[in-house]
Design a protein around this ligand. Sequence first.
Ligand code: HEC
Length: 268
Amino acid sequence: MTQKYSPRRHRPVLALAAVLLATCGAAWGSVASTVPPLRPITVNLQDKAALRNGALYAVHMCVACHSLQGVRYSSLAKVLGLSRAQFLATIGTNGQHYHDTITSNMPAALMEAYVKIAPPDLTVIAERRSPAWLYTYLTSFYVDPSRPTGVNNTVRYNVAMPDVFASMQGLQKPVVVEGLRFGSPAKVAVGVQPLTQGTMTKAQFDQTARDIVSFLYAVAHPHQQERERLGPWILGLFLALSILTYLLYKLYWSRVITSKERWWRIGR
Ligand code: HEC
C-alpha cells in the first residue's frame, strides 16, 4: 500500500523547526558586537633583554594589584636567564622570599572596596588571552568620564582596572564608530588616539607594552623553549625507532614460510 505524501502531516514539525531556527538565529544575532582590531605582536622568547624589561614592570607595577601565582620568584630567574644573585640584584622579590609564589601585597578586600572587583591572577589571564589581545589591551586605555576610574578600554569594555600607564603613555581619546554592542546599536570605541604627551614616546611605550606581554607569555608557558629544543630530537627518535622496527619486521618475516611459498620450499 502506498501512502501519499501530505505536507499537512508535517506542518507542526516544520513549524517547530522554523521557530527553533529563528530562535537560534536571533540568539546568534543578539551577541553580534563590533570587535576592535587587535594589534599584531611577535613574542620572541630568546630576547632575554625584552623579557627582563617586562619582568621589571610586571613585578613592580602589576604585582601591586595582581598576583602571578603560577610561578615563584625562583622560577622567574630561570625564565629570564639570570642567576639567583643577578635576579635579586636587578629585579628583586618585593620583600618576599626567593622561593615564594608571586602574590600581591594588596589585600583583595581593599581592592574590592576600591574598584569593586579583585584583580585576576595574571598567570591565568596570560594563559587564556592571546598575546595580541594583551598587547592591544595594555595600549588601549582611553579617557571616559562616565567610568569610576575615569578610563575605559577598547577590547575590554567597562574595565575596572585603572589606567596605570597614564603618566608613561599620556592620556588617550577613543576613535568611535557606530556599531553593535551585544546586538544593540551603540557607539563603539575601535581604536585610540593620543590626547596628552606622557614621559615616553609612542614607540617607547609600545615597546614597553610588548616587553610586558612577552614576559607574561613566557611565564604562562614556562616549558615552551624546552619543548622547542627537544621537539626535533623526539621526532628523530621516533623516526629511528620506526626504521629499526621495520628492519626487525623484515628479518622475522624472512624466516617465516608463508603458505604461498611452501610448495617450493618444502620440495627442497
Ligand atoms: C591599581 C590596581 C591594578 C594595577 C596596578 C594593575 N591592574 Fe590589571 N586589573 C586590575 C583590576 C581591578 C582588574 C579587573 C578588571 C575587570 O575585570 O574589569 C584588572 C584586569 C587586568 C587584566 C584582565 C583583563 C581581562 O579581562 O582579561 C589584565 C590582562 C591586566 N589587568 C593586566 C595588568 C598588567 C599587565 C598590569 C601591570 C602593567 C596591571 N594589570 C596593573 C587592577 C590593576
